[in-house]
Structure formats: structure tokens, C-alpha cells
Design a binder for this molecule. Structure first.
Ligand SMILES: [Zn+2]
Length: 280
């Protein structure tokens, strides 16, 4: 098995929304806000080569959004989904599987593109796209809190294609992958776990979007059920620490991976962060 990082660029989100009830005097030391109170976040994906398969987990926001959207979320940076895949020597045709942890735009926007004649099409013509059937139902009838995150132009092309599969109904068929579900951030978000060199890598998605979110009160205001997020995060931290697993941070502007340790107070805290080079 080979694992690669696929950086798709940065975007900005309101610091208050990202750190929930934590006061700015505390979070601003971790990820300093700009003059509009916006913090910069990565949209970092993983690419796994295994058994003739090339499996992409999440896709960033893509590049089909209009100027108004861009003025809200400030996509920036030198990396793009297609560019980062090309740097690794892969084209969109090579991808065999795309796991979408959930269908918020910053995770699935790169999954579909707008062709020259305006048609919206799956970006990866040979891939199976993997979602969860309960999550898709939820995303197709979005509530007012999540409506701005579930965008038709991202989701419809996948539904209309013959390429959409569900981890709860279809067999993913790879022993090196396990899937958990989380319900606090959105309904039935997929948490992929990858067995790699005797370790487990937990793709924490928006259950633990950055290393800054490890302390318990740091729950995003976007979450639909923050108290459920707390329970899920406690479970994630405990099992990650007990099994000495590795957490992958999708939105951390700097840190790619982290491990956990037990503080003398008994709390589970960040032990160290590291990058993909240290993993190999
Ligand atoms: Zn996200």
C-alpha cells in the first residue's frame, strides 16, 4: 500500500463558527484570524494505492463555484485537486474509488466539474463514488442550517451518474479499510480507517477537523448536534489513544497527522504532529 497527501488548496471560515463556544482570546493564538475574523483552513485529501485500486478520500471544493461563493470562502493557495494528482503522476481517469465522507461542499465539490458546454459531470469517469444512503437522503433535503453547505451542483451529477455506491449497501471490498459513522456534525458522516504498516490511520473528517480541535470544548458551531459530537469525539480520542492510532487532519492549515497521549490530569491530548514523510 502507498499513501499520498493530496492538497487541494485553502479556504477561509469564520473563526467563531469554527471554534464554537471557545473565546477568541484563546483560539486566536492557535489559528490567528484576519481582519474579517476569518481563519485559513486546508482542504487536504488522502490518496491510497492498493491492490490495483487508486482510492481518493474527499475532493476539496473544486473550482466550479462563482465569484459570489468565492467571496464568502476565499479559496486560495497554489494547490488544486487535479494539479496535486498530476504531481503524483495520476490523471482523473486513474482514480478507481472516491470516498466522500459527507456531501458538504468543502469535501465533495471536486467530485463533479462543469464541462465546456455547461454540463455538470463526475470528475472521475472511471471511479465508483462512495457515500452513505442515509447521508445522501439527508443531503438531498437539507435543513436551513446546512443548506449553504449541501450544493445541488455538487450532489446531482453524482446521483444522476451510474457511479454512486453506498458503504452501507454495497461491498467496498478492501480489507485495509474500515468505516465508522459519526452523527454530530451532519447525518451519517463516514470516518474511514486505513490499516497501514501495522497502524491505523483515522480519517477524522469534520469530527476532528484540525489538531486545534482536540480539546473537548472546541466543537464547531456548524455541527447539527454538538452534544453528540462531544460523545463521538470522546470515543474517537479514547480509541485512538488506546490503539495508538494516527489521526489525519483534513482542515488543519499546517499539520497533516497527529498522535495522542494521556496528560497527567487524565485528559487525552495531542502528543505530536507529523507529515506524510514521517509516516513512510
Ligand atoms: Zn469540512
Amino acid at each position: 500500500m502507498n499513501i499520498h497527501i493530496v492538497e487541494t488548496g485553502f479556504f477561509k471560515l469564520d473563526g467563531g463558527a469554527m471554534f464554537g463556544v471557545v473565546p477568541k482570546s484563546m483560539w486566536n493564538k492557535l489559528n490567528p484570524a484576519d481582519e474579517n475574523n476569518m481563519c485559513t483552513w486546508a482542504m487536504r485529501c488522502l490518496l491510497i494505492e492498493i491492490d490495483q485500486r487508486l482510492i481518493l478520500i474527499d475532493t476539496g471544493m473544486g473550482n466550479k463555484q462563482d465569484d459570489k461563493f468565492r467571496s464568502h470562502f476565499y479559496p486560495h493557495g497554489n494547490d488544486s485537486l487535479i494539479g496535486s494528482l498530476a504531481k503524483l503522476g495520476f490523471s482523473t481517469d486513474d482514480i478507481t474509488d472516491v470516498i466522500l465522507t459527507h456531501l458538504h461542499f468543502d469535501h465533495c465539490g471536486g467530485a463533479a466539474y462543469r464541462s465546456e458546454n455547461g454540463a455538470l459531470l463526475p470528475q472521475f469517469p472511471n471511479a465508483k463514488y462512495w457515500s452513505h444512503s442515509v447521508h445522501l437522503e439527508w443531503a438531498l433535503k437539507p435543513n436551513d442550517r446546512e443548506k449553504a453547505s449541501f450544493l445541488k451542483e455538487n450532489i446531482e451529477p453524482l446521483v444522476l451518474s451510474n457511479q454512486l455506491y453506498f458503504i452501507d449497501k454495497d461491498s467496498f471490498g478492501c480489507d485495509s479499510f474500515e468505516f465508522d459513522l459519526a452523527y454530530g456534525h451532519t447525518e451519517a458522516m463516514i470516518i474511514p480507517k486505513i490499516l497501514y504498516k501495522g497502524k491505523r490511520i483515522i480519517f477524522a473528517a469534520d469530527l476532528m477537523p484540525s489538531s486545534y480541535h482536540i480539546p473537548m470544548p472546541y466543537v464547531m458551531s456548524y455541527d447539527i448536534r454538538p452534544l453528540e459530537t462531544l460523545k463521538e469525539r470522546e470515543k474517537l480520542l479514547t480509541s485512538t489513544f488506546d490503539n495508538q492510532d494516527i489521526i489525519f487532519f483534513e482542515h488543519d492549515p499546517i499539520h497533516q497527522f497527529g498522535t495522542l497521549k494521556k496528560h497527567e490530569s487524565g485528559r487525552i491530548v495531542l502528543e505530536q504532529t507529523f507529515s506524510i514523510e514521517d509516516l513512510k
